[in-house]
Write a protein that binds this ligand. Structure first.
Ligand code: IMP
Ligand code: MG
Length: 180
């Protein structure tokens, strides 16, 4: 990414403590019932795998892949499902696992769609939320932390498919405009 640099936003330790705290809350709230985590690919895979390891309750997992057309830093708002859930969700407690909420369109689309399968409940767990950018009404039931209106990468989150492997979370900024 020429002309840009990555500035550290959330350290491994910070992410780890956010994830553990979410896992504790979820373990308490879902101690009865059948919980299915529905992970949104690709961005949430690392968050899912860490979160699951800290859950103290029985859990099942499934994946969806959603494509929101657009390039680089701006999504178009048109969402297509390219890999659907495979498990029956009827009567189950469903918890959607998402990396980051921006306009809210992705989660609005998926929550409405999963609700059609008659689950017992559908809730949302997101690691990050850019609340300032919301365009449709949707809130995470479990949230790691709010972030400013910056473009983030790392810990599963990409910029044109790169940087997903970074264990920390960074924001992308044009060189010379780093915040202090
Ligand atoms: P929304 O549908 O506008 O809420 O966008 C959510 C999706 O956009 C997330 O699943 C991410 O894939 C992507 N996204 C939103 N913000 C960022 C970001 O700062 N960096 C990388 N991807 C992002
Ligand atoms: Mg995503």
């Amino acid at each position: 990414m020429e002309g840009y640099r990555l500035v550290p936003l959330l350290s491994r330790e910070k992410i780890d403590s956010l994830v553990k705290s979410l896992a504790n809350q979820i373990s308490k709230d879902y101690s009865h019932g059948e919980l299915v985590l529905v992970c949104i690919l690709k961005g949430a895979f690392m968050f899912l795998s860490d979160l699951m390891r800290h859950l103290q309750i029985p859990v099942q997992v499934d994946f969806v892949r959603l494509v929101s057309y657009g390039t680089g830093m701006k999504s178009s708002g048109v969402i297509e499902i390219t890999k659907d859930v495979e498990m029956p969700l009827e009567g189950k407690d469903v918890l959607i696992i998402e990396d980051i909420i921006d306009s809210g369109r992705t989660l609005r689309f998926l929550k409405d769609r999963l609700t059609l399968a008659n689950p017992r409940s559908v809730k949302i767990c997101a690691l990050l939320d850019k609340k300032a950018r919301r365009e449709v009404e949707i809130e995470a039931d479990y949230l790691g932390t709010e972030v400013e209106d910056v473009f983030v990468v790392g810990y599963g989150i990409d910029f044109i498919e790169s940087y997903r492997n970074l264990p920390e979370i960074y924001y992308v900024t044009p060189i010379g405009q780093e915040k202090s």
